[in-house]
Design a protein. Structure first.
Length: 595
């Protein structure tokens, strides 16, 4: 029997971008959007990243990008290896208790972790207790990455005394330490520890300080590239060959819940480093990458949602080709993680590796018109920023001149504006908060030294208002004066409830009805002093002003309306999609005496 030949998509008529554009315009018209004169109606669905890159709703062969090459060969966009069985599962430990650290380390290594990231020195484990913390660890099998800041040399000496042929990274990063603390480091010291063991690197170019300061993906990449070039020069001046110098460096990048930007970032980072290798004389040395789930994206409120954020980030880092991945425990913002949160963190990676088989395919995003274009545009934006730093005299000069701080502050200002207007949603904090949650209690984490670039979290502005509301003698309330039927007011009441609850404010509601006197009585019974009208535009036309007057007569000192701004007697302000939610909450909490 002869089977018929499969034709797959060949039976479908060809569709052009113009055909698709016409369909988009039709959908927009049905939604009430005037498309007359719009050359590109799809631009309504485009967004712009913090690097000025436009993310379009559709990518096709009309969106070309440079060839990504093949895995294992320069420019290493598709990965630094020809074959990949997985990535290195790296868990972080920072307790000052050596016995507790040792117990946690051994538990991790027995349950899927393959390398360790140890914070030692003033902010973590005492250096003289390093041997106790690593007791029972086979240092030639399980790599150890040290993070000791200004104590890097002492920590390296203590670690090198524990084994003849250890693996991992000594963790020297004086430039990153200066970015975090403002304390200048010694680059000459770094070269003295190079090539101590064949499986041991010396330098970690930590890009997290630039990400944590609110920087964009291209800014993170550009800063890290400038730091790495400074290290290459220092190692070359100390007599190392350029190939040996390249082999001493590992990069640490943040992975976020924006999975496509994270995938593109790790691919672009390898392309950028390959370009440095090409012009330096080391074209065959791929970048070694350590991905860490972003601290900036983590929340202290509704921390369980962090499990979802870190899962997306880990998936993206794995797809993007990271060599090592660290998943931060979901309770990282609350203090030192417990056994359960560490277990969830490591099992996140085990599930993606063992059950989802994410690492079975090299560069699974390769060939996507979207990912290839985004990778190219991100690499170009990062290279532009890197060259600006080099023209300013290099990493050290740019950092000390305030150039980094000025650039990162400007990006944070843009980000904060989007957060305030809830265009960058934070689930469980700015969106869908849970006022009844009971947060887990954790021992405090060691204090993070200041003096350098700021450390910011996206959720902090909302969480600070929420803390103020929680600390008030009586929780602030905004009465939702719901007008009309349940079906008529539900959408705006839900919107207003989410907005005010994001600041820790309770939102009792009137229920269905249009009688101003009845709504005013419910307001008095609620104990609130601020009211927000919630209903359909048709109901507002007839009932908004009478209800507002009744509320004012009943003692409301502020009456807001959920909907389009306008001129209505008795209404003091408006809340609507895209309004400055932080400003609304600050004013409301201030009026309630919570600020």
């Amino acid at each position: 029997m002869t089977l018929p030949e499969l034709s797959l998509a060949t039976d479908f008529p060809a569709v052009s971008r113009e055909d698709w554009r016409a369909l988009v315009a039709g959908v927009l018209r049905k939604s009430g959007v005037d498309t007359e004169g719009l050359e590109r109606p799809e631009d309504r669905f485009a967004r712009t990243t913090y690097d000025g890159i436009t993310v379009a709703p559709l990518y096709t062969t009309d969106d070309p990008a440079p060839s990504a090459g093949v895995p294992g060969l320069a420019p290493f966009v598709r990965g630094g290896q020809v074959r990949r069985d997985g990535w290195d599962v790296r868990q972080r430990h920072g307790s000052s208790d050596a016995k507790a650290t040792n117990d946690a380390v051994l538990a991790d290594l027995e349950n899927g972790v393959t390398s360790l990231w140890l914070t030692v020195g003033e902010q973590g484990l005492p250096i003289h207790k390093l041997d106790e913390a690593l007791n029972g660890v086979y240092l030639d099998l399980a790599g150890v990455v040290l993070d000791a800041g200004a104590d890097a040399a002492r920590a390296a000496d203590a670690f090198l005394a524990l084994a003849e042929d250890p693996s991992g990274n000594l963790g020297f990063d004086p430039l990153g330490h200066e970015a975090k603390t403002g304390e200048a480091g010694d680059l000459a010291e770094v070269a003295a520890y190079a090539n101590r063991a064949p499986n041991l690197r010396t330098i970690v170019v930590d890009a997290l300080p630039y990400h944590d300061a609110g920087g964009s993906d291209a800014e993170e990449l550009g800063c890290s590239l400038a730091a790495a070039v400074a290290y290459l020069r220092a190692l070359a001046d100390a007599g190392l060959s350029i190939e040996d110098a390249f082999r001493q460096i590992e990069f640490r990048y943040a992975a976020t819940a924006d999975q496509f930007l994270t995938i593109a970032k790790f691919r672009a980072a390898r392309r950028l480093w390959a370009r440095v290798g090409e012009v330096s004389g080391a074209p065959d040395e791929p970048q070694r990458q350590h991905a860490v789930t972003s601290s900036a994206m983590m929340t202290a409120r509704d921390p369980w949602v962090n499990m979802l954020r870190t899962t997306l980030a880990t998936f993206a880092a794995g797809v993007g080709g990271a060599d090592s991945v660290t998943v931060q425990p979901f309770d990282a913002c609350l203090g030192l993680p417990d056994d359960f949160s560490r277990r969830i963190a490591r099992n996140t990676q085990s599930l993606l590796l063992e059950e989802s088989h994410v690492a079975r395919v090299l560069d699974p995003a390769g060939g996507s018109y979207y990912v290839e274009k985004l990778t190219d545009e991100l690499a170009n934006a990062a290279w532009t920023w890197f060259t600006e730093i080099e023209r300013a005299g290099g990493f050290v000069a740019a950092l000390r001149s305030g150039m980094f701080a000025e650039r990162l502050d400007a990006t944070w200002a843009k980000r904060l504006k989007r957060i305030a207007h809830r265009k960058d949603a934070i689930t469980g904090v700015s969106e869908f908060p849970n006022l009844g949650e009971k947060l887990p209690v954790r021992p405090p984490a060691p204090a993070v030294p200041g003096g350098g670039l700021p450390r910011r979290r996206y959720a902090e502005p909302f969480e600070q208002l929420r803390d103020a509301a929680d600390a008030a003698p009586v929780r602030p309330r905004v009465f939702l004066a719901t007008i009309g039927t349940v079906a008529a007011y539900t959408a705006r009441a839900t919107f207003a409830g989410n907005l005010f609850q994001a600041g820790g404010i309770e939102t009792p509601a009137a229920g269905p009805g249009t009688d101003p006197a009845a709504i005013a009585k419910s307001f008095v019974d609620s104990g609130a002093t601020v009211a927000c009208l919630c209903g359909h535009d048709k109901d507002y036309a007839e009932h908004a002003e009478p209800v507002a007057r009744a509320l004012k007569e009943a003692g409301a000192h502020t009456v807001l309306l959920a909907g389009k701004p306008g001129e209505r007697e008795g209404v003091d302000g408006y809340v609507y999609a895209g309004c400055d939610a932080l400003e609304v909450l600050r004013i409301t909490l201030s009026q309630a005496g919570a600020l």
